[in-house]
Design a protein around this ligand. Sequence first.
Ligand SMILES: [Zn+2]
Ligand SMILES: [Zn+2]
Length: 381
Amino acid sequence: MTATQTDLETTIRETRHYLHQYPELSDHEVQTTAYLTKRLVALGYRIITPAGLRTGVIAEIGHGQPVVGLRSDIDALPIKEATGLTFSSENDGVMHACGHDFHMAALLGAAELLAGEAASLNGTIRLVFQPAEETHVGAQEVRDAGGVEGLDAIIGFHNKPDLPAGTIGLLPGGLMAAVDEFKVTFTGVGTHAAMPQFGRDPIIALTHTVNALQTIVSRNEDPQQTAVISVTHIEGGNTWNVIPGSSWFEGTVRTFDHQARAVAKQRFTEVINGQAATFGVQAEINWQTGPDVVDNNPELEAVVEAESREHFDVVAPQPSNAGEDFAFFSQRIPSVFAFIGSHGNSDWHHADLRLDDAGLLPAAKWYYYNAKALLTYLSTK
Ligand SMILES: [Zn+2]
Ligand SMILES: [Zn+2]
């Protein structure tokens, strides 16, 4: 490794450790935004963050068409860190437990590499440091503010703790799942536990329903498609001798295909209403549509995969049933999303998650090489 590379790797690692110490929650990334802006100004970037974007940074380098976006998310989670790292969170109860510090540091590293070649770029590189990924609203905030107007393509990555550091995971099509969230309330008639005939028991309705929902994946979805329905939280009643008047449960649906997603929602509604009728209770369904599938554009994925194979180990990863707000971009702009190995000791959103810094320089270079490859590809198309 050359001296310059060692310097860059050190800078990226120190950047990540600094950001890790000062995590901020979704849509409250004020210090993070100030820090990123300062670093990008020093590198010679034009800051073009729209006035309507309260947190997050948009910056450009180079000139003219095409315009290629490089995206990193910047927010952290309401988790109390338990890694024991020397650079642990200084913001009590907030932690970069998804590795967005890793993403930001890598993109700043790429920004430095690209700044050194600003005059010879075949177009414009736009850095999109997006707020509020964890709450799945940040990508839309960026778009509503005008931050992705004029982009010809956009790429991004998520660190992947179960891949070796620096290994790239790429495939055409669906990489991360569509996410839906539900909450169902059954309202019956409360009564004495010993006199059920005078009530309408919402606990019985709930328990039958939770079981019945498990038949949607096994009996209604195409077995060739991936679908998950998980009920994760149930509540009803507060003592041993009273049948309560209501009960509720919540959970999530994950799919990779529009048809599978539609089937899940339709059958969910039918099962709930059917069970409510069976047990004589009222059902109220609250359905929240979350991020769509992160869907890699096959043409651009081929360009990115070929370029990535020149420099890195590339594998076809198992798609993840987790969701990713990048989907909001991928449904509107030709895009490619990758996994990059971060060799962690546990998984995303765990209080003890420690990532391997050895994945940082490859991640920075992945952005850098592919930014240039896409500018070349798009300008000769
Ligand atoms: Zn996350
Ligand atoms: Zn994340």
